[in-house]
Structures are given as C-alpha cells and as structure tokens.
Design a binder for this molecule. Structure first.
Ligand SMILES: [Fe+2]
Length: 264
C-alpha cells in the first residue's frame, strides 16, 4: 500500500474530502464481493456486536446490502454525527491520521477486498472502514472518546522530536492503544462481553475468533506493552466497562507522557 506524504490537514476543505472518489467506477465484481461480505458479517455479528453498533446501524438506516456511495453516506453522517469520511487510498503519516480524527474526519479506503480476504483482511478496505467503524460514531460517548483521544495523541506526538527513540516508542504505544480499543476492543453490556472494535465487526472470521478467545480487563500500561499484528486475528482482546472508562485513560496518558495541557 502506498504512503501519502503530501497531505496538509489544515488546508483540507469539505470539497476535498471525496476528491478522486468515483462511485461509478465500482464494477459488478466489487458489488458481488461486497454482498457476500455483508451477508457473512451480519450473520456472525449476531449476539456479539455491542448495542451502540446496532443502534448506529439502525439510525444510519443502512443495512449495507449494497455498496455505499460515500457522497450520500457523508451527507447523512455529517448531519447526524458531525463526522465526515475522507476517501484515502494509502497509509497516512501517524500525526496526520490523528489530526484528521481530532477534526472528526475519518479516513476511509475506497477499494473492496479480494475474494481470498473475505473472512479477514490485513489491509483496511471500504468494508472495514464503513461497516466496521462508522456505526459507532453515532454513540456520543464513543465519538467523544475517539475525537478527544486523537487530539491528545496528536498534541503529544507533535511536541516530540521526529526520529527520536522516544517518539518511535510513543508511536508504537499509541498504535497498540488504537488497536486494542477501536479496532479490537470489547465492552461489557449487562455482564456480557460485546464487540465495539471495527476489526472485529468487519470480519466474519474475527467475530467468530473473539468468541473462543480469552478476554482481559483493560489496563493502559499492559496495552502499551502488548504487541499486535493486523495481519492475523488479534492475539488478545481487552475489555472495558464503559466508554467513560476509555475516556478516563486520557488522564493517565497525560501523566505517562508528562503532558500538562488540556486534552483538546
Ligand atoms: Fe480500522
């Protein structure tokens, strides 16, 4: 996957968000793979997806039975949540990624994964980004956590010199934090473990895998010390009692990195 190096987040306007996105460029093969993906995921999600995800899906009024047009999706999403999708095909520099999220701009891939990646993909595609993540943006607590944690992470990264060993370690820790929260995170609901992480909710294979795996109570420092790879099912799943618990980790992040400014 290519790297995007020429993005100036401060200059991005609404009219830039879907530049280059062409809904008419999808072909029958893309639509067929999408259909099989959504049928598989909706079936395996039953009983394991969190209520925020279910209600986000229903407020969105989408069952994603067809490939979504990001233009229509953006209109609805912005009106209802303040979030907007930006079409991005490539890897963003870490600071740009968090800065976009802090502005409630969610970078999404636009390609649909190949047939051989139906149950799991290591490369986020349109299906992962839209079906896995967007429904959660309708939960005000989760939305606030994602925006504020990204703003804080951006500020801490920005204040740390590039190329230093401490920054490399910091980037690793924040990647693990993102992975074990909004990618592979679990939350208790009425005593039952449910998934809110987009990597779980967009993968029929991972949705089944999580139900046969152990779950660990969320602990920030343990998360910082737990390696992961996005090329296979998560090695571990951390669970929180509430999104407020996640939000509360921001004060601990401030302490760990001696950051004394406001969270946002
Ligand atoms: Fe993701």
């Amino acid at each position: 996957m290519s790297r995007i190096t020429n993005l100036n987040v401060d200059l991005i306007k609404d009219s830039d968000l879907l530049k280059g996105f062409d809904f008419t460029s999808y072909d029958d093969g893309d639509r067929e793979r999408w259909k099989v993906l959504i049928e598989g995921v909706l079936e395996t999600q039953k009983g394991i997806c969190c209520t925020s995800y279910e209600s986000g899906m229903s407020v969105l009024g989408e069952n994603f039975s067809d490939l979504p047009n990001l233009e229509d999706l953006n209109n609805k999403l912005e009106r209802l949540t303040g979030w907007k999708v930006m079409a991005v095909n490539g890897l963003l520099p870490c600071e740009d990624f968090y800065k976009l999220l802090s502005r409630k701009i969610f970078p999404s891939a636009t390609f649909v994964r190949d047939w051989h990646s139906q149950t799991f993909t290591g490369y986020p595609d349109l299906f992962h980004d839209v079906v896995g993540h967007i429904p959660l943006f309708f939960d005000p607590e989760f939305s606030n956590f994602l925006q504020k944690s990204s703003a804080l992470i951006y500020k801490i990264l920005k204040a740390t010199p590039n190329g230093s060993a401490i920054k490399e370690r910091m980037i690793q820790n924040f990647s693990r934090y993102g992975w074990f929260t909004w990618e592979a995170g679990m939350i208790y609901e009425n005593g039952w473990p449910k998934a809110y992480g987009g990597a779980i909710l967009s993968s029929s294979g991972e949705t089944e895998h999580v139900q046969t795996s152990g779950i660990t109570d969320f602990n920030l420092l343990e998360v910082f010390n737990t390696p992961y790879t996005d090329k296979e099912y998560s090695s571990k799943y951390f669970i929180v009692d509430s999104y407020q618990e996640l939000y509360n980790t921001l004060e601990l992040i401030k302490t760990v990195y001696h950051y004394e400014g406001p969270i946002d």
